[in-house]
Design a protein around this ligand. Structure first.
Ligand code: CTP
Length: 412
């Protein structure tokens, strides 16, 4: 494989090949990530993939004409696409497109472009488990690997058929990280290990009941996705998060209770460059969880009293630990008007000792769940260093930018 063009040498484009699988919708997110990275992306769908995501979507998002066959526009599209192409990424790659490429077929614009180019090719297979495991597919994949193709996934998970198994396309962030690597750009967080807590802890009252909170974990997940897509090695400590939300490509540690979060964070401190405490960790837990279910009839005279005891404050423990990572960012969920939220936030920033505290207003319908978010980021002295809002992904970008800048200043 020849040396591919480096970003500073020419304005190369990336070809995003999309074949006909239900995961084609995820290719839209991959396109957005690559565009955000500054790449010009030329989308080349196979003809039947347009059944899943139409031409109008690709043209609308790239502002370029999108073709599927070689004879459109004079017949030289594939040469023009292949020339100056820094990388080709095919996501999803169906069993059919994998077979055609492995055999050197050139029967549509995508396969012809692949044949005409000598740049790195990243493929992200997506298909039903049986098709993935079929000897023919495995032989084709082995041939492509031998030719130097980068095969990303597929992952184990729920499939569109309702089955569970290998065949699910890797997440767009993970594929994008491989594309960047193939292109020669590894992301501003390459080589950095980031520990992220996400979700809300549950403190057992008895085997069926707990004290919990309304955190869905979405903000922490968005931060993990952003860090992954920028090349970081992410360890995600999850407290009661829906499995489907957890991105692939990070190491996951399950930590249902405050004590579990404490143990998981402390055991990873020494080898983390940054910690983001996005989890809503309980401040109090029942002093002793009942070993058996608390029964109503045993408490007829009065409701049972649950004695609480304080949990360990993970963020404060980290901030004063000799193993403290280079950058520590905590969250503060506060209720009230803007002034109240900010003054609680400033007091907390001083108390917690983290480098940054992302303060946001929460309530029954703000801050928690699948809703937009707004954060003020305070430094240890309680002054606002940056602020912004939007989707949880937008907030994640603001925070990861800040962490990345902090690494830069520390390394400068
Ligand atoms: N936190 C922690 N350990 C705890 C409780 C909270 O590490 N036992 C972390 C959270 O993950 C978050 C930050 O501390 O990053 C702030 O959490 P918050 O609940 O807002 O702060 P508290 O100190 O508990 O203050 P209060 O509940 O009084 O608002």
């Amino acid at each position: 494989m020849s040396q591919h063009p480096k970003p500073d040498q020419q304005p190369a484009h990336i070809v995003l090949g999309v074949s006909a699988g239900i995961a084609a919708y995820k290719a839209v997110f991959l396109l957005r990530i690559l565009q955000r990275d500054g790449f010009r992306v030329r989308v080349v769908p196979t003809p039947s993939s347009l059944e899943f995501v139409g031409r109008a979507t690709w043209e609308g998002l790239t502002l370029e004409s999108v073709n599927t066959d070689v004879f459109h526009g004079g017949g030289a599209d594939h040469v023009e696409l292949a020339r100056g192409c820094a990388a080709i990424v095919i996501a999803p790659a169906t069993a059919d497109v994998i077979a055609r490429i492995a055999n050197g077929q050139a029967d549509d614009l995508l396969t012809t472009t692949v044949l005409a180019s000598d740049c790195p090719v990243v493929i992200a297979p997506a298909m039903h488990t049986q098709m993935w495991r079929a000897a023919a597919t495995q032989e084709n994949i082995a041939r492509l690997r031998k030719r130097g193709y980068i095969v990303v996934g597929p992952e184990d998970g729920d499939l569109a058929s309702g089955d569970h198994g290998a065949g699910r396309m890797s997440e767009p962030e993970v594929i994008a990280a491989h594309v960047r690597k193939a292109y020669g750009v590894s992301g501003d967080l390459a080589g950095k290990k980031i520990l992220i807590t996400a979700g809300g802890t549950r403190e057992a009252i008895d085997p069926v009941r707990f004290l919990g909170n309304r955190s869905s974990g979405r903000q922490g997940i968005a931060i993990a996705r952003e860090a992954l897509s920028r090349g970081a090695e992410v360890t995600l400590i999850t407290s009661n998060i829906e499995a489907a939300l957890i991105p692939q490509g990070c190491s996951v540690i399950d930590a249902p209770s405050a004590q579990d979060v404490y143990d998981a964070v402390m055991s990873h401190l020494g080898h983390s460059n940054a910690l983001v405490m996005a989890a809503a960790v309980a401040d109090y837990r029942p002093r002793a969880a009942s070993a058996s279910k608390i029964k109503k009839e045993e408490n007829e005279s009065a409701p049972p009293r649950i004695e609480l005891t304080e949990t360990t404050d993970v963020l404060r423990s980290v901030s004063s630990s000799p193993d403290r990572p280079r950058v520590v960012l905590g969250f503060a969920a506060e209720t009230g008007d803007q002034n109240t939220v900010l003054s609680y936030g400033a007091a907390k920033a001083k108390r917690k000792g983290a480098d940054y505290l992302a303060v946001n207003a929460v309530g029954a319908d703000i801050g928690f769940g699948d809703v937009p978010n707004y954060v003020y980021v305070l430094n240890q002295e309680g002054s606002v260093v940056t602020q912004g809002g939007g989707t949880k992904a937008d907030v994640a970008r603001i925070l990861i930018d800040l962490i990345s800048q902090r690494f830069d200043t520390m390394e400068a």
